[in-house]
Design a protein around this ligand. Structure first.
Ligand SMILES: Cc1cc2nc3c(=O)[nH]c(=O)nc-3n(C[C@H](O)[C@H](O)[C@H](O)COP(=O)(O)O)c2cc1C
Length: 193
């Protein structure tokens, strides 16, 4: 499908079937979202499918599946296990945990602010300023989420970007002080009507 045709289909779909995604499709989704597309990119480090401030790559994708939570290691194209157990419902706010809570994949967007303050990229003063940092990591999240929406549209998948229980998830995932949960995105096959 052309990018033009995928943009024509891009939308939020909240009614998502519980059917799991095949691993290859999940792998393709993660690559489209935030994979390595150049071994050597800006500032001598890998380039990704989504831009980031000073190529800091400060967003991590935590991937919640039925059996556990993994972190996407884009350089090695791996899912690194971090927590056993089903945390997908925690990637929704309490008000969202109704019939729409069955998606097989929850992508949880987590920033590691340390990567902004210690970037290997261009050292500009804003990287040390909490307000500027916030603008950067939310924009960088949106760029990845846009890739996910476009991939989903092209593959006939359902995607839904949404708020989540940030504090609860940060505790459950055992995040460090410099890491913050930002948003989540549900992905799966669209529920048949
Ligand atoms: C920053 C942001 C936060 C969002 N948060 C929620 C949310 O918490 N719950 C929800 O149901 N949808 C959420 N959405 C989805 C929007 O409601 C949806 O994108 C919007 O209505 C436009 O619909 P469309 O994506 O189909 O064009 C969010 C979208 C964005 C960009």
């Amino acid at each position: 499908m052309s990018v033009f045709a995928a943009l024509q289909k891009r939308k939020t779909t909240r009614e998502i079937s519980a059917t799991p995604l095949p691993l290859q499709l999940l792998s393709n989704l993660l690559w489209a979202a935030y994979g390595v597309n150049r071994k050597i990119g800006p500032f001598g480090i890998a380039g990704r499918t989504a831009a980031s401030a000073s190529n800091s790559q400060e967003i991590d994708l935590y991937v919640a599946l039925s059996e556990g939570v993994y972190v996407y290691d884009a350089v090695n194209n791996l899912l690194v296990p971090t927590m056993a157990g089903d945390f997908r419902v925690d990637a929704l706010t309490p008000g969202q945990r109704g019939i729409d809570a069955k998606a097989p994949v929850q992508l949880i967007y987590v920033v590691d602010v340390h990567r902004l303050t210690h970037t290997a990229g261009f050292q500009e003063p804003g990287l040390q300023d909490p307000e500027v940092q916030k603008s950067y990591y939310f924009v960088d999240t949106g760029l990845i989420a846009g890739n996910v929406y476009l991939f989903a549209a092209a593959q006939g998948l359902a995607a839904w970007f949404h708020n989540c229980d940030k504090t609860g998830l940060a505790q459950q995932l055992g995040l460090r002080a410099e890491q913050r949960v930002l948003f989540a995105q549900s992905i799966g096959y669209p529920e048949k009507e």
